[in-house]
Design a protein around this ligand. Structure first.
Ligand code: SF4
Ligand code: SF4
Length: 498
């Protein structure tokens, strides 16, 4: 943990170059481009601040996190989504300026927002956190565009990434209009869909508006298993066709599976489908919230979840080893490592154990991203990112820390069109509770102390706070009983409620 004396120095230093110049715009972003050798033309004052204050600061930061300059040059100057990375960097620096360096880290605004764009849906999935299908008031098109404007100004930097979810986002007739507007103001746009409406026409329209990533839910390798869970006959073939259409249109596509007891035996087959199609695989953690609260018995045991995470962990680690070997032999590699992910924060902990057995340096951090040899960054990013790296918007504009929290008086932080987003982000007590790992609880089960508060991996994982909230009736600091390390508590508590 950084000393309380270092933080004031860092904050004061950043404040010196976190300025908006009338001539050049944000010096925070421009100074990074300048440091990395990007093409920026700065006025005399900005140039001096960039050279004398920002540059030494970046040099120190790179050394502290053992990050190479050519990596930063690729990410911030030439990568496909360098604009999103730059905004993320701006939020990170402003986060240090506002709150100091914390472990895990809190930026000045979320890197990503998942917007449940509608309560409507054409399926009736058992896991639906939104309990979609019930009619409730939603924002109008005009209000939705206003939301995009608010997001594009987040913390004076702007949101890096926005994901449309639901319900089924393609059920709203104005989806393409709002997504096109979003793409003009937010660099990375994605959609999470059940895939049934991914007709050839619709995937072309997604492409035309510039959607960067399409995540399609597939909950079984067969119609029987997928449809039993999704509760609509005939939806399996439509979803499979939607995946194929998305791929044929050249869209970056991912298969996402909510793993639960009905499809546990088919997980490997679904992973194989993803591998054969050459798309990413995302494991969604089953959280008993929304409609899933009525199907709590579908939740996996800690041991079952561990086996799923080990399956994915071994696969991503194999890819890492293959990439490493190719790099050693040929100087570069074409192996894409970022293929197998989980929304389950224990993924970081499980991969860490696998990697340790092989004496390697590789980390999965914030349960979405892989990191080569930068474990420090994993601690910093800190596993569960709800209300910290990411947050959720409801179809009526209500803000929540994560889609997996039940909607209620403790979890609704305000409304994006009625309340000041920045003030909510800076001050809401529920968010600050979620951002700290120091208050995570422990339990004594038969003389054994368990719980995330007692765990050595609490900074890279932290447990799913939404799962804790659900199983412990609103206690967001409670243990994640889905974790193998908390199995004793699972046995004691969960078995008593099922
Ligand atoms: S005990 Fe909690 S923090 Fe530790 S690995 Fe398990 S879920 Fe994560
Ligand atoms: S609460 Fe945290 S770990 Fe759980 S789904 Fe949300 S962001 Fe992920």
């Amino acid at each position: 943990m950084l000393s309380s004396t270092l933080n004031p120095v860092l904050r004061a230093l950043i404040a010196r170059f976190d300025v908006d110049c009338g001539l050049d715009g944000s010096l925070l972003l421009n100074s990074l481009k300048d440091f990395l050798g990007g093409n920026v033309d700065l006025c005399e004052n900005c140039s001096r601040l960039s050279r004398n204050i920002a540059k030494p600061f970046y040099n120190l930061g790179m050394r502290a996190f053992r990050i190479k300059k050519d990596f930063l040059q690729r990410q911030f100057l030439s990568a496909e989504y360098s604009e999103a990375w730059l905004k993320g960097f701006g939020l990170m620096m402003k986060g240090i300026r506002k709150y100091g360096v914390r472990v895990p880290f809190t930026p000045a605004g979320p890197f990503e927002i998942v917007w449940n764009f509608t309560y409507t849906c054409n399926l009736r999935c058992k896991h639906c956190y939104e309990d979609a299908g019930k009619k409730r008031p939603e924002l109008s098109t005009e209000q939705a565009l206003e939301v995009i404007d608010v997001l594009s100004r987040t913390a004076g930097v702007g949101l890096p990434a926005l994901s449309f979810s639901g319900g089924e986002p393609l059920m709203r007739k104005d989806f393409f209009e709002v997504a096109a507007y979003a793409k003009k103001k937010i660099p990375y746009i994605s959609i999470a869909t059940n895939g049934t409406l991914l007709s050839k026409d619709n995937v072309e329209r997604l492409k035309d508006v510039g959607v960067d990533y399409v995540e399609v839910s597939l909950d079984g390798a067969t119609a029987k298993v997928h449809e039993e869970f999704r509760q609509v006959l005939g939806c399996f073939e439509k979803t499979m066709q939607g995946i194929r259409n998305s791929l044929d249109a050249g869209l970056d596509t991912c298969i996402a599976t909510t793993v639960q007891r009905l499809n546990l035996d088919e997980v490997e087959k679904v992973v194989s489908i993803a591998e054969e199609l050459g798309v990413r695989f995302m494991h969604f953690n089953y959280i008993p919230t929304g409609r899933a609260k009525s199907f709590v018995e579908l939740d996996l045991t800690p041991d079952e979840r561990l086996r799923v995470l080990e399956l994915l962990g071994r696969k991503i680690f194999d890819l890492y080893l293959r990439a490493k070997e190719e790099e050693q032999r040929f100087g570069k590699s074409s192996v894409v490592v970022d293929r197998f992910f989980s929304t389950c924060p224990q993924y970081a902990s499980v991969v860490k154990r696998i990697v340790k057995e092989h004496g390697e340096r590789f980390a999965v951090s914030a349960h979405y991203a892989t990191k080569r040899g930068v474990e420090n960054v994993a601690n910093f990013l800190g596993g569960c990112g709800g209300g910290r790296l990411y947050m959720c918007l409801e179809p009526n504009g209500d803000m929540k820390p994560c889609v997996f929290f039940a909607t209620g008086k403790h979890t609704v932080l305000g409304n994006i069109l009625k309340d000041n987003f920045e003030r909510v982000w800076d001050t809401h007590p529920f968010l600050w509770k979620m951002r700290s790992r120091e208050n995570l609880e422990t339990y004594n089960v038969g003389g054994r102390i368990v719980g995330c508060g007692n765990c050595k991996d609490k900074y890279i994982c932290g447990g799913c706070r939404a799962r804790a909230f659900s199983y412990f009736n609103g206690d967001v600091d409670a243990p994640d009983v889905g974790c193998i390390d908390n199995e004793a508590l699972w046995e004691k508590i969960v078995k008593s409620v099922t």
